[in-house]
Design a protein around this ligand. Sequence first.
Ligand code: 5RP
Length: 225
Amino acid sequence: MNDKERVAHYAAQKIKDGMLVGLGTGSTANYFIEELARRRSEDGLCVRVVSSSVVSAVKAQSLQLPLLGFESINHIDVYVDGADEVTPDLTLLKGRGFDLVREKLLARAADEFWVLIDSSKRVDYIGANYAIPIEVMPFAWQMVKHTLELLGGRGNLRQTTHKDGLVVSSYGSLVLDMTFESGLDSQVLNNLLNNTPGVVEHGIFHNLATAVLCTVDDDVVEQLA
Ligand code: 5RP
């Protein structure tokens, strides 16, 4: 079992009967979805799920997990997802999968938000290893980019692997991947991005995680916020 699988299985064991569970997106989330479905079919675990992305929704449905429509819920028990970076104060960088809107809504709507990582995801500051994904209204991308450049940001629109293709989110947003000076505090950046017109959502998750579950050697260690 690899680290992602181990931490995902550990998290799935913590799910209790009756819970409404938010499903994340990515390879770690996929392992969690598979183990949750196994517990439902083999152990009789009674859960309902809601998904942060079309991809995870399709996976959940294919494994017969009872999937609720996103628009039908206003609150969930727990949201379980991976992350790209985690700082010591449990600020996260997310969004390599780019559909950030539903991810942040579920993180906010959840009583608990468990973040599943291995130790390679731990960083001293947000932006240490990755650019910050910023979903923008398509017609606003030049204005947003210019505003962020005046704040020291550098970057460009995310491209698909196809020739000349741009990544477009499920809701039609484009994605700017921007880097900022390493000294720029992530809370300051979070506030700046929240207050920039044309930004739909961004990958800094500040004050949202309630626990980080991290593989250490053969174990999983829980860090509570
Ligand atoms: C998707 C995310 C993912 O959770 C993040 O990219 C981690 O992915 P993985 O589990 O594949 O390492 O934020 O938007």
